[in-house]
Design a protein. Structure first.
Length: 580
């Protein structure tokens, strides 16, 4: 362990606003006193911004104002000065065209909020999918001491004796309706059973994955990820987090101390072990870009190959986050990785200790939820990175959510030019398609949708579902919900709207998928591909103004994290000049 805490006491950046007796200091301090703060609170103690993604339109984060009170209590106890600050809240279930388009806007806003204000340390109060990466990205770009606490998952959903996993059940039930196996009335009744409490999706979807990534990266206290949103221990975690950030500021323990290449490698392996969302690929690449860490798609493939998926949670497995918590949660998984020599044990965490020190005593209380290695869901649980003439810059597939019999497959392409074309034709029984075909969808990437929507797990045609077929190979430049499943090739790069080869695939072309060989191949000659590309013009109409125009004109490819090109890197936390 090389971390050396800074000397304390020393002058913090908030004193540039609140310290001294000048006119400007009185302006900053005096106005804040309208909230009833005594003068001695401005004595140089750490000012902690509780960056809160609470919003009534982000229901997954709907309880975060209550949790913020617990964070505040912890900050007060440790001698800090807490201030709750609302920040951009990108809700997965309300934002259109997709919350992903707003991840970078949220990150940019958070970065500026932190730098422009008297904040010495930050508690990132997050939960829903994009809120976690966006706030970590913004914090990384300021390098102000920061710690994550998530809102925690919802309790298990139950419907007629069966677990109802957020998202996963929705996809399953909607397919059952198309197949004639479920009535609309039952579907509506099940809706009420899906979301029983405050919290994020209860599957190992993107929210739970990103909470796990934050913990595996060392950016959250050990054990944070799995505690249900309504469990009293979630409040304890919030309070302990509030206490901890004050000491982090005194020690000057910054994101750049924690978010090292080793930390990212730990997180990637952890993602394989938990059967985490493919969205983690994009978010960690983007976060690494903010930190100046050289992380690539190849790291994902290299590090994940030998990691067995041992967390038996939907969508890959059977259980839900509530049961993962009762079984011991993420520390058990990280301990397993450490025992298998798949963890950088010294990687520093927000606690000031190496990650191994945090997890080495963890115990597994349910071996059907956190499986022994010899009973793993899949021996190779990482993210498979595919390359070939259809995806020169890569594409990803989640083996633990795919069908083994389709991992090597050659089929006739049935092409949808975009999501509207797909929706217009997929339910038509005249569509020439069978289960051996490969469904291809274009123009759903960062520039194409825009924002890169979670539509990659295209639902199957009803006439195929009615045969009892539940999976087909699907390829697109879209993402997929972390709660979804199937043999789905995602994030194809370059995307169609940027002139990637995906743009020129036609119905009837033959495509080969070979996951073991990491190959995705369009069975056309180089000359034919080049000729078609020479004839190609993008059908996508670019946005005319506002943030969408900025996004489309500056967003990078999925293969590097889909950040805006001018937001990559850290810009530090130098105090801007005064406003008067
Ligand atoms: Fe918000 Fe799943 S939709 S966590």
């Amino acid at each position: 362990m090389t971390f050396q805490p800074a000397d304390w006491p020393r002058k913090l950046r908030s004193q540039e606003w609140y310290g001294g007796t000048s006119r400007d200091t009185i302006y900053h301090r005096g106005w804040l006193k309208n909230q009833g703060y005594p003068h001695d609170l401005f004595d140089g103690r750490p000012v902690i911004g509780i960056l809160n993604t609470w919003s009534e339109l982000t229901p997954c984060n709907g309880h975060l104002r209550d949790l913020a009170e617990k964070v505040k209590a912890g900050v007060w106890e440790a001698g800090g000065f807490p201030v709750e600050v609302p920040v951009f809240s990108a809700s997965e279930n309300t934002f259109r065209p997709t919350a992903m388009m707003y991840r970078n806007l949220a990150a940019m806003a958070v970065e500026e909020v932190m730098r422009a204000q008297p904040i010495d340390g930050a508690v990132l109060l997050v939960g829903c999918d994009k809120t976690t990466p966006s706030l970590m990205m913004g914090a990384a770009s300021t390098d102000i001491p920061s710690i994550v606490v998530t809102g925690g998952p919802m309790l298990n959903g139950w419907f007629r004796g069966e677990r109802v996993g957020s998202g996963t059940a929705l996809w399953q039930m909607s397919e059952d309706i198309k197949a004639g196996k479920m009535s609309q009335e039952d579907f509506l009744e099940a809706e009420q059973a899906m979301s029983r409490s405050s919290g994020t999706c209860n599957t190992m979807g993107t929210a739970s994955t990103m909470a796990s990534m934050a913990e595996a990266l060392g950016m959250a206290l050990s054990g944070n990820a799995a505690i249900p949103g309504v469990d009293s221990r979630r409040k304890v975690m919030a309070q302990l987090t509030g206490r901890r950030i004050v000491q982090m500021v005194k020690d000057d323990l910054k994101p750049s101390d924690i978010l090292t290449k080793q930390a990212f490698e730990n997180a990637i392996r952890c993602n394989g072990a938990i059967g985490g969302s493919t969205n983690a690929v994009i978010h960690l690449l983007a976060l690494a870009g903010r930190c100046g860490v050289d992380l690539t798609l190849d790291d994902w493939d290299r590090l994940g190959r030998d990691v067995p998926t041992i967390v038996n949670l939907m969508p890959s497995g059977k259980y839900l986050m509530e049961e993962f918590f009762y079984a011991g949660g993420l520390p058990v998984v990280l301990k397993r990785l450490g025992e298998a020599d798949m963890l950088h044990r010294d990687a520093l965490t927000v606690s000031g200790l190496g990650i191994w020190d945090e997890v080495k005593e963890a115990q597994n209380w349910n071996e059907d939820v956190i499986l022994p290695v010899d009973k793993a869901l899949t021996a190779s649980g990482g993210i498979a990175v595919l390359r070939g003439n259809l995806a020169p810059k890569g594409a990803v597939l989640k083996p633990s959510a795919a069908s083994p019999h389709l991992m090597q497959h050659r089929g006739r392409a049935v092409v949808f030019e975009d999501i509207d074309d797909y929706k217009a034709r997929i339910n038509d029984d005249a569509l020439e398609i069978d289960e051996t075909c490969i469904m291809v969808m274009k123009n759903c990437g960062p520039k194409g949708y825009p924002g890169m929507s979670e539509v990659g797990n295209m639902g199957l045609p009803p006439k195929i579902l009615k045969k009892g077929i539940t999976d087909m190979v699907r390829i697109s430049d879209a993402r997929m919900s972390g709660t979804a499943y199937g043999t789905v090739v995602l994030h194809t790069a370059p995307e169609a709207a940027a002139g990637g080869p995906l743009a020129i695939v036609r119905t009837g072309d033959m495509i080969e998928l070979d996951v073991a060989a990491r190959r995705i191949h369009l069975d056309l000659s180089d000359a034919e591909i080049a000729a078609r590309l020479a004839d190609w013009t993008s059908p996508v109409v670019p946005p005319v103004g506002g943030y969408p125009k900025l996004f489309v004109s500056t967003v990078e490819g999925a293969d590097t994290g889909a950040d805006l090109d001018f937001l990559k890197g850290a810009r530090g936390n130098a105090v801007p000049r005064d406003s008067h």
